[in-house]
Each structure stands twice: as structure tokens, then as C-alpha cells.
Ligand binder design. Structure first.
Ligand code: R5P
Length: 264
């Protein structure tokens, strides 16, 4: 791996642990004003000190994050879809030039790949284009394995999508945790895997998911709603960090959220 590529990636996945806690707040690119992100600046400002990287769109970055005080940025590069056309969610195109990502000093660029969906080929081609550009500039690419409405989030599907993304050239992959057999997803991946949090669930269940994911080979999380939609967002991201970076148990991490007022 080239020096610049390695340097950028190591801002996100910490070389000392091989782990990372990314905060995902890019939901608005197709969901608009998502619950918890209506005032994006207000939501993310207290969380930034605890995020190894921040995943968002260029519009959100320019308007809601101060350049003097930003963690490493993972810039969302795909879009063109919206919640209104659920049947066409996979119909994404590249929406940002790599040169603009460089201008914004992104540490990585990211897009969704919809394996098994109507626009599978188009989104894999988007990934290939981004990887080729990324290679030229030393910019790592995070592939997000998105799921079509009709597809099941099991180890077979997620393993296929994750492996495929690495084969096309993604430098790391974001996928979902699944049971059983999540370790089959990570062990067959060519590159580091991080998990999305998915829909908001109970705080302790979200911590359990993070724990099980890293125990089964994930390099960390790229979590959104289970942090920023929690009643205790800062304790939640602190607790997730404790699991990911300190190998804490769920009970040890849960103490942080409990102290903030969460009930067992
Ligand atoms: C989905 O396409 C986006 O990348 C989301 O930002 C992300 O996957 C969601 O994170 P979470 O599921 O943890 O809210």
C-alpha cells in the first residue's frame, strides 16, 4: 500500500489496535432530516472528541463541522436516491469528484454497493471507479454493503457482499452484524470490516452487538443511530469505545451508560 493511502487509513483504523470507532451521520443523503440529525451540528459537536472518524456528506461537513476542530473525515461520495422512491434505492451514482474530497482533506471516501439489487452492476461500477481514482490519489475507499428490501441480512449474503467489495478493491468494508456466523463474514473478507449499528435498539443490546462483532473479527464500528438517537449519546459512544479499543466486556461498558441514567 502506498504511503499516502496507509497514512490516511491509519488516521481511521488505529495502527496500535487495528480498531476504530467511526460515527456515521450521513443518513440525510437519502433520508433528509433524520431523527436526531435535524440539527446536525448540535448533535455531533459533543460526540466529536470520541469519534476516530466522522462519516458524512460534503454539504453537512461544510455547514456543520468547523475545519479547525474536525476528526478524520470519511466522505460520502454516492447518492441520487431518496426514501420517497424505495423501489429505486439502489439507483445510486457518484455525486462528488475525488478532487473535492481531497480539497476537503478527507481521510477516506465512501459509497454504497447494492449487491443483489436492481442496480447491482451500476453500484459495483461506482465502487470500481472510486477505487481507481482513490488509487491515483492515495485515498482509501470504504464500501458500504447496502441491503435491498427483499434481501436477508445473513452471513451468506453479507459474506458475499463484503468479499465482493474487497475483490473490486475497497480498502475497508462496512456491513451489518448478523447471527449466526458473523465470523464467516469477517474471516472471508480481504480487508478490514466495520459494522453499522442499524436501527435504534436498546442501549445494552447495541453494546452487545458491538462486543460480539469485534470478538468475531470486526475492526470496529461505524455507528450512527444507536449513538445519536440514544438518550445518552456521549456515554454511548464512550461505552462503544471502551469495547472496541479497550476490549471491555459489555457489563464494563454498560456501567458508563448506567451511570448516566440508563436502567438495566
Ligand atoms: C447508510 O447507507 C449510511 O451509510 C448510514 O449512515 C449508516 O450505514 C447507518 O449507520 P447506522 O445504521 O449505525 O445508523
Amino acid at each position: 500500500m502506498d504511503w499516502g493511502m496507509k497514512n490516511r487509513l491509519s488516521r481511521i483504523i488505529k495502527p496500535e489496535s487495528g480498531r476504530c470507532v467511526m460515527l456515521a451521520v450521513d443518513h440525510g443523503y437519502f433520508q433528509g432530516p433524520t431523527t436526531g440529525l435535524k440539527d446536525l451540528r448540535k448533535t455531533i459537536t459533543p460526540l466529536l472528541p470520541y469519534a476516530d472518524a466522522l462519516m458524512l456528506t460534503r454539504g453537512a461537513l461544510r455547514s456543520c463541522v468547523d475545519p479547525e476542530n474536525a476528526p478524520p473525515i470519511v466522505l460520502r461520495m454516492s447518492g441520487g436516491n431518496s426514501m420517497i422512491r424505495r423501489d429505486e434505492l439502489s439507483d445510486e451514482t457518484l455525486t462528488v469528484a475525488v478532487e473535492d474530497a481531497i480539497r476537503l482533506n478527507a481521510s477516506a471516501i465512501t459509497l454504497s454497493v447494492y449487491v443483489g439489487s436492481p442496480h447491482q452492476k451500476q453500484t459495483i461500477a461506482n465502487l470500481a471507479k472510486l477505487v481507481d481514482k482513490g488509487q491515483r490519489y492515495g485515498m482509501p475507499v470504504l464500501a458500504v454493503t447496502a441491503v435491498g428490501a427483499e434481501l436477508v441480512r445473513d452471513a451468506r449474503y453479507l459474506g458475499l457482499a463484503t468479499r465482493l467489495a474487497g475483490e473490486i478493491g475497497a480498502h475497508f468494508v462496512k456491513t451489518y452484524y448478523c447471527e449466526p456466523d458473523f465470523e464467516k463474514v469477517t474471516s472471508a473478507s480481504l480487508v478490514p470490516v466495520v459494522i453499522a449499528g442499524g436501527k435504534k435498539i436498546e442501549e445494552k443490546a447495541a453494546l452487545e452487538m458491538a462486543y460480539k462483532a469485534v470478538s468475531q473479527g470486526a475492526s470496529g464500528v461505524d455507528m450512527g443511530r444507536n449513538i445519536f438517537q440514544s438518550e445518552w449519546p456521549v456515554p454511548m459512544i464512550q461505552a462503544v469505545r471502551k469495547i472496541v479499543h479497550e476490549n471491555a466486556t459489555v457489563e464494563e461498558a454498560w456501567e458508563i451508560v448506567k451511570e448516566a441514567g440508563a436502567k438495566d
